[in-house]
Write a protein that binds this ligand. Structure first.
Ligand code: NBP
Length: 477
């Protein structure tokens, strides 16, 4: 029993995570249902550090130092339950099972509760950064009991990505499912970011008339400013790539139907349950879904609409600057919505999540890493009770400066018939939040009319109902 940590599940993620631990000087026990993968790993990468290959669950558990730390990196859902059922009987009180897969936080809460009865700590741990991140430093979002972080934290801090200031991109997010919840919202924000970038691209293409290569250059320029981020960087790479077979821009030979694995959808489903408006993330999920309805799109091709007519060169350059403003403002709104969901989840489940710490741990390793996250952290650090990111003076000021261009971009998009649901949803959210009065008052009147659902008044306390079918006097409800 010499291994400080074990990893079971050696597909791309588990294998790279195990190598990351080994490269950082830890002795790592490795195990996989199909044992050949375990041997492949040791044969191929054994020189990178100390691995203990285990063929059986028993050998694996026996290889681990006590109290044991065992990372499960298998397919989320049924496979994770199967692995827990296999290992739990072999463990002792005080041991820790760490689920690094993309589990739904509700499953994580259930597993944590069940294992706690056995005295086993269960840490649901969000890992972002794909296979590259798993190997060289992911952003890590561990939940579970605080005490398990005391022993696990230093190891995770070693293998995690480091932000530009050197801080490890990992922190104890909160109890039970908090880590997987935050990972879920991270992915939802990632969907929104990608959708907004996609809309910016389409507008630069159809309204401004730029080629993919020119748009790649625009994104490269944006990447030197406040939009500096991994997703903007790779967007430029993808857009400048030329297909070898046809000589066409790569983006023009890819089927335009986006796929999804489910974490974006979960973010929206949970937001609906919590009553949090995440319209930007929802539009991003729906946009992927719409793109996949090939038959529906085919059947709708003939529908009437304007034909985009590209702008002059000078107009196009000015338009590109406006798109940058619209993209940035919409991005602020996406993060505002995502952080609202985390705050609401934290409240609902009693997690006490530090929003500033969450933005800090996303600064490196993960897909949404961006210079911008330093600013979000600063906003929450200066005011932990910030009602919304939009209440932060700096963000509010930036949106104030961007909003004219944001509106102009949406006017152009609407006039030219280019869909920009993410930009539009973000602006509608912004305008709704700042409105003095919303038509919700009328909604309440309608509800009272057809269902006697009652309403509150602006001028006195209480609940009221109007006798709509009678003489329309108002009664206390
Ligand atoms: P997969 O999600 O493709 O899972 C494959 C692994 O699960 C293999 O080790 C396989 O063993 C094992 N497995 C399955 Br399937 N059913 C099992 C069972 N009933 N009992 C035991 N083992 C079982 O691997 P991945 O892409 O490396 O992802 C691992 C986890 O990390 C997933 O939860 C994923 O959502 C999450 N994640 C992935 C990424 C990414 O970029 N890929 C990023 C972040 C998080 P076998 O070899 O015997 O079939």
């Amino acid at each position: 029993s010499s291994a400080q940590i074990g990893v079971t599940g050696l597909a791309v993620m588990g294998r790279n995570l195990a190598r990351n631990f080994a490269r950082n000087g830890y002795t790592v026990a490795v195990h996989n249902r199909t044992a050949s993968k375990t041997h492949d790993l040791v044969n191929e990468f054994g020189h990178e550090g100390d691995f203990v290959a285990a063929e059986t669950a028993k050998d694996f558990v026996a290889a681990l130092e006590r109290p044991r730390r065992l990372v499960v990196m298998v397919k989320a859902g049924g496979p994770t339950d199967a692995v827990i059922e296999e290992f739990a009987p072999l463990l002792e009180p005080g041991d820790t099972i760490i689920d690094g897969g993309n589990a739904h936080f509700v499953d994580t809460r259930r597993r944590e509760r069940q294992l706690r009865e056995q005295g086993i700590h269960f840490v649901g741990m969000g890992v972002s950064g794909g296979e590259e991140g798993a190997l060289n430093g992911p952003s890590i979002m561990p939940g579970g009991p605080k005490e398990s972080y005391d022993s696990l934290g230093p190891m995770l801090e070693k293998i995690s990505a480091k932000a530009s200031d050197g801080a490890p991109c990992v922190t104890h997010v909160g109890p039970d499912g908090a880590g997987h919840f935050v990972k879920m919202v991270h992915n939802g924000i990632e969907y929104a970011d990608m959708q907004l970038i996609g809309e910016a691209y389409q507008l630069l293409r159809d309204v401004a008339g730029y080629s993919p290569a020119q748009i790649a250059d625009i994104f490269r320029t944006w990447n030197t400013g406040r939009l500096d981020s991994y997703l903007i960087e790779i967007t430029a790479e993808v857009l400048s790539h030329v297909d070898a077979a046809t000589g066409k821009p790569f983006v023009d030979v890819v089927v335009d139907q986006a796929e999804q694995k489910g974490t974006g959808r979960w973010t929206v489903q949970i937001a609906l349950d919590l009553g949090v408006p995440v319209s930007g993330i929802a539009e991003a999920v729906f946009a992927r879904s719409l793109s996949g309805h090939a038959g529906l799109r085919e059947a709708s091709r003939g529908l009437a609409g304007p034909k985009p007519s590209p702008l002059s060169e000078a107009e196009a350059a000015a338009f590109a600057d406006r798109v940058e403003q619209a993209l940035y403002a919409s991005k602020i709104v996406s993060y505002t919505q995502g952080f609202h969901e985390i705050a609401a989840g934290s409240e609902e489940y009693g997690w006490d999540i530090d929003l500033g710490a969450v933005s800090a741990l996303w600064r490196g390793g993960c897909i949404i890493r961006a210079a911008f996250l330093d600013r979000i952290r600063a906003a929450y650090d200066s005011r932990p009770d910030l009602p919304s990111l939009l209440s932060d003076e700096t963000f509010a000021q930036e949106i104030a400066e961007a909003q004219d261009d944001w509106r102009e971009v949406l006017i152009a998009a609407t006039r030219q018939g280019v869909p920009a649901p993410g930009f539009a949803a973000a602006l509608a959210y912004y305008d709704a939040l700042r409105a003095d009065r919303l038509p919700a008052a009328l909604t309440q009147g309608q509800r009272d009319y057809f269902g006697a659902h009652t309403y509150r008044r602006t001028d006195r306390e209480g609940s009221f109902h109007t006798l709509w079918g009678g003489d329309r006097t108002e009664v206390d409800a």
